[in-house]
Write a protein that binds this ligand. Sequence first.
Ligand code: UGA
Length: 437
Amino acid sequence: MRVSVVGCGYLGAVHAACMTEVGHEVVGIDVDEAKIAALSAGETPFFEPEFGELLERALSSGRLRFSTKSADAAGSQVHFVCVGTPQKAGENAADMRYVDAAFTALADHLAPGDVVVGKSTVPVGTATRLAARVAEVQPGATLVWNPEFLREGFAVQDTLHPDRIVYGLPEGPAGQRARAVLDEVYAAPLAEGMPLVVTDYPTAELVKVAANSFLATKISFINAMAELCEVAGGDVSALADAIGHDDRIGRRFLNAGLGFGGGCLPKDIRAFMARAGELGADQALTFLREVDTINLRRRDRVVEIARQVLDGSLAGRTIAVLGAAFKPNSDDVRDSPALDVAARLHGHGAQVRVTDPHALANAARIHPDLRYVADVKQAVADADLVLLLTEWREYVDLDPTELAIQVRSTTIIDARNVLDPQAWRNAGWTYRGLGRP
Ligand code: UGA
């Protein structure tokens, strides 16, 4: 099939390459000229495991191209809208300007029988509004809402083998025709037996924000338990293991630590609350305010522990920060808890040295005031304190005995609870986790 993908960020670029991989002929469209030039040359504008090889394969197949011109969407039968919906400045609500611009750009290039597929995370009600716009400009085209559940760091695998597919369809024959088109687009994962949920627009939109809200709630739940463990002398990791054995609870997303960040969970729960308020159902989601607050409180706690272990003062102390990305295997620093903590320590007068395997360039754009170094060795040299803030494999695997020789003081805060406390203590370190004795 001929497919266009509007918006070539973390979601769209991977989606475009994956659509090519499963046999379609794809054009990826974005207004960012530098990004399009890079993608066209086979260079990945962001770090995502497996994406480089996939992009190369897709480009050399001759079935993938990139363009800055929305007119190049003409001729495709399916148009995916994959642009971002960031948080509005100073408000909880989502900024819809990129979604609206994408639909405006597509408007002149739709033909009868085309299917427009919304993938962006949007406030419930958006699809109904946009379907009316599509009907106005091209009555023969149909809008489908098809939320995306990929995780950064696993984007390629999650796109090629999603754990479910959701179609939000309009009622009537147009919806059924659009469904048949999407079944063809997703023939490969559907053939693998992927569960397919076919529903209406509002449910499809809500599935996405409900899933992210549930994940955020799970993380804040275990972080609240960490707060309790801290005052009661318990161990939240053992607690998570124990409750996680109950299948109804499950162990995944129960890792207590510095909490969630990134371009999705934080802004999605806030936008969901804002939308619930507009719909007069704000009470239904007031618990998400608490989820957000618990999450942000973890960052305060790490700064507080840092101050404690440095005998009450951060000013002038040398602190090594391991990790700037919001999670490992990504170079994304949007709402990164790690970078936020580094900036706060810097604000308190500490000499902060931040390192990260892939996220330093992005971090420096947001926080040019911080000092960035290329590797762990440079970060920890003569440090008074080491902070592990993003659990990259290479940090988890650090040898405590070797590291002890390089620092001024053998004190580490493991803000992701990924190190073996006993091994570090045996090597002479003062070890502090979050919610661990
Ligand atoms: C999240 C969802 O997991 C995806 O399903 C969804 O498609 C995506 O948002 C989106 O809306 O686009 P992502 O933001 O890539 O994916 O990252 P996650 O793996 O969900 O991690 C989010 C944050 O939670 C990270 O900062 C991570 O460190 C933190 N986390 C995760 C914890 O603190 N504890 C855990 O147990 C798990």
